[in-house]
Design a protein around this ligand. Structure first.
Ligand code: UT7
Length: 304
């Protein structure tokens, strides 16, 4: 479709494969599947869920929200539900929201899902973006764990002044957004100033990692894995260098999945969990960055 090569994509991004849903598969179906697996793994019943949160930049509907669809499909009939829009940082924003509800005792169990159908939000004639994104979903159930385990700290940030570097229009299309997409077939597709976002990402990933460790009073020596948003392996390598950490300590799945926006972090975490790479007591730093611009990090001590 576009003038590109496998060599360019691998060298510049580290992406070799992606998962792409067919056009008739709604993004919410990925969310529902991930949610069902997470509920099963948590050992609680759907009726015990108090809140469903879905982080997504690619909802099928503005209303009903994806979280309401997940609530219905999973049988979480006692839960409230709302969506979170924080682009690629959505999972970290969601974890932070879930943490507040559980810590204050307002809710006992929060189901948090990140689900993205990025393939429907790209213009397949734009080589700058169409080679990057993939579809996927990941989910967790957040609840009370033993003292000293779980989400030890989180850190969030935003820079709305630079939001124009990544845009996906919805119900309003200003002239400048149309102009950026003048050669697109899909006029509401994602637009990205790759270079500017790259510069932002290589700074913010190490910064947010350090910030959350500082808040939890933990050093890199005590961290088992950094699990970052999977946007580009060059961003990950540069951030690892800035942090002075070996690449083996940074968990990546980008080669097989591409950039799944907010779903990248939970899918990577699930990959590590299923491969038994994380054990009880391990400290993990999750770090996300992207559209908004937004960023966020979380320090978890694994208990399950
Ligand atoms: O998830 C949200 C956060 N997003 C990110 O963190 C993404 C950050 N940005 C990036 O990862 C990188 O900027 C990209 C992967 C998007 C692009 O890589 P780059 O090294 O910054 O490439 P570039 O945009 O500077 O383009 C370099 C050249 C250009 O050609 P000229 O102008 O030098 O002749 C592009 O036209 O590569 C060309 N190019 C391509 N060539 C072959 C751009 N896309 C492609 C392509 N295949 N797919």
């Amino acid at each position: 479709m576009v003038d590109t090569s496998d060599e360019w994509i691998i060298q510049r991004t580290g992406i070799s494969e992606r998962r792409i849903t067919d056009r008739n598969t709604p993004t919410y179906s990925l969310a529902v599947e991930a949610a069902r697996q997470a509920i099963k793994d948590s050992g609680i019943e759907p009726g015990q869920i108090d809140l469903v949160l879905v982080a997504t930049s690619t909802p099928d509907f503005l209303t009903p929200s994806t979280s309401c669809i997940v609530q219905k499909e999973t049988g979480a009939e006692n839960a409230a539900a709302f969506d979170i829009m924080a682009a690629c940082s959505g999972f970290i924003y969601g974890l932070t929201i879930a943490k507040q509800f559980v810590e204050t005792g307002y809710y006992k169990h929060v189901l948090l899902v990140s689900s993205e159908g990025m393939s429907k939000a790209v213009d397949w004639t734009d080589r700058k973006t169409c080679v990057l994104f993939g579809d996927g979903a990941g989910a967790v159930v957040v609840g009370k764990v033993e003292e000293g385990f779980g989400i030890l700290s989180t850190y969030l940030g935003a820079d709305g002044a630079n939001g124009h570097h990544i845009t996906i229009p919805c119900l309003y299309m200003p002239e400048e957004e149309l102009e950026k997409r003048k050669n697109y077939e899909n006029k509401i597709a994602v637009y990205q100033d790759g270079h500017d976002v790259f510069k932002f990402a290589v700074k913010i990933m190490p910064y947010a990692t350090e910030k959350v460790m500082e808040k939890a009073d933990i050093t890199l020596d005590d961290v088992k894995y950094i699990i970052p948003h999977q946007a580009n392996s060059r961003i990950i390598e540069s951030a690892a260098k800035r942090l002075g950490v070996a690449l083996e300590k940074v968990y990546t799945i980008i080669r097989k999945y591409g950039n799944m926006s907010s779903a990248s972090i939970p899918v990577a975490m699930d990959d590590a969990y299923r491969k038994k790479r994380i054990n009880r007591g391990d400290n993990l730093v999750l770090v996300g960055f992207g559209g908004g611009l937004t960023w966020g990090s979380a320090l978890l001590r694994w208990s399950k």
